[in-house]
Write a protein of this length. Structure first.
Length: 148
C-alpha cells in the first residue's frame, strides 16, 4: 500500500522539487519501487532521452533525500531453461542448468569452474560470425548475451 502511494505521488514530487530541470508532465512516468540487496528503496522511472540526460548530470531531490540517478534495465531470466525475456511460468523450453547447460536444476549441479557453459552464448555462437566465449554460467554479469 505504501509503495503504490509513493509511486503515484513521485511524478508531481519530482517535478515540483526539481523545477530547475524543466521537466514536463509527459517526460516522466514512475513505474515501480523495489528494495535492493542493501534494503535501500529504488524508484524506477521511465523517461525520454532528454530527461534522462538532465537527471544524469546532477542528483535528484526526492522528499528529504538527494538521490543518485542511474540506468536501470530489468532483464527477465527464466529459472527453468535459463534463457532471457520470459519467466519460468511462461516457459515452453526444457530444463537447463544455468551453470553447465545440462538437463538438471541448479541444485543438482556438480560442475567445476572449467565445466561452466552458457546456454545463451552456446546458442548464439551459430548466429554470429565472430567467436563467442561460452566458458561461463548464464547468470554471470559478464555474459555477452546478458549485456546485449
Amino acid at each position: 500500500m505504501f509503495q503504490m502511494k509513493y509511486v503515484e505521488n513521485a511524478k508531481e514530487l519530482i517535478m515540483k522539487q526539481n523545477s530547475e530541470l524543466c521537466i514536463e508532465n509527459e517526460d516522466i512516468t514512475p513505474r515501480y519501487l523495489f528494495k535492493d540487496k542493501r534494503k535501500a528503496n529504488n524508484l524506477v522511472l521511465e523517461v525520454n532521452s532528454t530527461t534522462r540526460m538532465k537527471f544524469l548530470v546532477k542528483k535528484m531531490k526526492l522528499g528529504w533525500n538527494m538521490c543518485n540517478v542511474d540506468y536501470y534495465i530489468g532483464i527477465n531470466g527464466c529459472y527453468k531453461c535459463s534463457k532471457f525475456n520470459h519467466r519460468a511460468q511462461d516457459c515452453k523450453g526444457e530444463l537447463n542448468c544455468p551453470i553447465c547447460a545440462e538437463n538438471h536444476s541448479l541444485r543438482e549441479c556438480k560442475a567445476t569452474k572449467e565445466q561452466y557453459k552458457c546456454i545463451n552464448c552456446n546458442f548464439n555462437k551459430y548466429n554470429q560470425k565472430s567467436p563467442v566465449n561460452t566458458q561461463h554460467s548464464s547468470i554471470e554479469n559478464s555474459c555477452s548475451c546478458y549485456q546485449n
